[in-house]
Design a protein around this ligand. Structure first.
Ligand code: UTP
Length: 296
């Protein structure tokens, strides 16, 4: 099972980043010089996807505009001989990749957003990427690692990472008793359990490779935690029908849906940047010194 289609649910309201997200979608917030959505798109393309489905809402034109051709800007850059910048904006999407935009009329939850992509995805396994979960890796991207696992096993795959038990209430948590090394079959999954009730500390992060049977289940999934139609609840109902594996990827995940996660990702990508690395490190050191921030 090789995936060709990736779904990006980007119709959420991004309330944690207000007032910025009053006009700028969360997915368009930049890490150094690229918006979050670009990192997720690059990861999907690296994993072999050539159809990208963006589930947006009717107010979020910025994501569609970003992937559209910018004729005037291209002409200006061409005239002024700025070829490097021209390449940058032309390459936001390679020529062999198509982008499809689907509207989620109401923000009824992540599960509902994924269901909105059904007419485009059809009857094949597909990936879901949440762009605010940014995954940094030196080697192969997280989704490509998961795609290899899906191809080798024929199972659906859900990315997980270890979290502290005190944090289980912020995540979907899987029960995968045979988990060893990087992967294990999921036997149960629960959304945001209290630490005492959590079946493990393996937390779902925003990368999934799903069997298309999930759509039928989403159609009949009732409102769950937070008053939203939860993808986790539909996955729980998929477990008796299809093999679903938890997969711990190589890489570091930044929760860019939170202030601290976005700052952490910015720092990490700046320190890893071929030109910015040394000056960024120096700037951070002086800021720490000047502000009198010391280790505790
Ligand atoms: P989040 O809950 O993290 O995003 O949803 P949010 O609702 O935009 O942010 P806050 O909590 O208000 O700050 C996870 C992902 O699911 C998408 C979001 O865009 C995000 O990528 N989502 C969520 C939808 O596309 N539709 C929804 O109805 C809900």
């Amino acid at each position: 099972m090789r995936i060709r289609t990736a779904v990006f649910p980007v119709a959420g309201l991004g309330t944690r980043f207000l007032p910025a997200t009053k006009t700028v979608p969360k997915e368009m917030l930049p890490i150094v010089d690229r918006p979050l959505i670009q990192y997720a798109v690059d990861e999907a393309i690296e994993a072999g996807c050539d159809t990208l489905v963006f589930v947006t809402n009717r107010y979020k034109h910025a994501v569609a505009d970003y992937f559209d051709k910018a004729y005037e800007l291209e002409q200006k850059l061409e005239k002024s001989g700025k070829h490097e910048q021209l390449e940058l904006i032309r390459n936001v999407l390679p020529a062999h990749v198509r982008a499809v935009f689907v509207t989620q009329a109401e923000a009824l939850g992540l599960g509902h957003a994924v269901l909105c992509a059904k007419p485009v995805v059809g009857d094949a396994p597909f990936a879901v990427l949440l762009p605010d979960d940014l995954i940094w890796s030196r080697g192969q991207g997280a989704l490509a690692q998961m795609a290899n696992h899906a191809e080798a096993t024929g199972s659906s795959v859900i990315a997980v990472q270890d979290v502290a038990r005190a944090q289980t209430g912020s995540y979907g948590i899987v029960d995968a008793p045979t988990f060893s090394g990087r992967a294990g079959r999921i036997e149960a999954i629960v959304e945001k359990p209290k630490p005492a009730d959590a079946p493990s500390t393996l937390a779902v992060v925003g990368r999934y490779i799903l069997d298309p049977r999930i759509f039928g289940l989403l159609e009949t999934t009732q409102t769950g935690a937070g008053g939203e139609i939860q993808l986790t609840d539909a996955i729980a109902r998929l477990l008796p029908e299809a093999a679903v594996d938890a997969f711990r990827f190589h890489g570091t995940r930044f929760d860019c849906g939170t202030h601290l996660g976005l700052i952490e990702a910015t720092v990490r990508y700046a320190l890893d940047h071929e030109i910015l690395s040394a000056p960024a490190a120096q700037m951070m050191q002086s800021a720490l010194d000047e502000m009198g921030v010391t280790e505790t």
